[in-house]
Design a protein around this ligand. Structure first.
Ligand SMILES: C[S@@+](CC[C@H](N)C(=O)[O-])C[C@H]1O[C@@H](n2cnc3c(N)ncnc32)[C@H](O)[C@@H]1O
Length: 167
């Protein structure tokens, strides 16, 4: 089910425009549906086939795979509402990010990084509960300019949207 983080990211993306977009970890499909308003091609992936079957009711191009590993295409925009909670084990892929909330996000970012056009964007949502500085450093080390584009304080954490531009 979409939650506060989903709506925050969907609102942020509402006016983005381009030719092609990829939503990694689409879950309910809320982000992919938002992108469909302004992108003629939207692809959605998720590792959870049950979530993806539900998303497929409203999103045409759904692919069950790890991150973006099954794709060979260059997108203008790749987005992900990352599973960012620090965890010792990967019990719930919707939220568990492993060490410092960065291991799973790092793997997803690396998988996405080669599928973005020059000057294209990678936009992801993380949280103050994760070591988001490590994710920023990772993005810079693999060829992105980075910018903390939006923040939203909740009761127990701050949601953070990071916008990366491929240089
Ligand atoms: C925080 S939820 C976000 C769901 C939806 N995008 C939203 O904003 O409401 C993270 C999603 O990423 C998916 N996910 C986790 N690890 C993944 C991986 N390695 N590859 C693809 N999807 C993954 C989960 O199944 C889950 O649907």
């Amino acid at each position: 089910m979409p939650a506060e983080d989903s709506f925050f990211l969907a609102d942020f993306l509402e006016n983005k425009q381009g030719k092609s977009a990829l939503d990694i970890g689409t879950g309910s499909g809320i982000i992919a549906k938002t992108l469909s308003k302004n992108f003629p091609l939207v692809v959605a992936t998720d590792i959870n086939i049950s979530a993806l079957r539900k998303a497929h009711e409203t999103v045409d191009n759904c692919i069950c795979c790890n991150a973006a590993d099954a794709l060979r295409y260059s997108f203008d925009l790749i987005v992900c509402n990352l599973p960012y909670l620090p965890s010792d084990e990967l019990l719930d892929p919707a939220v568990d990010g492993l060490h410092d909330g960065v291991d799973i996000p790092s793997m997803i970012i690396i998988s996405a990084s080669n599928l973005i056009e020059k000057n294209g964007k990678l936009i992801f949502l993380t949280s103050s509960l994760a070591d988001y500085d490590a994710l920023i450093q990772l993005c810079q080390s693999i060829g992105f300019d980075t910018n903390i584009a939006a923040k939203k304080k909740l009761f127990y954490e701050e949601l953070i949207i990071i916008e990366c531009t491929k240089n």
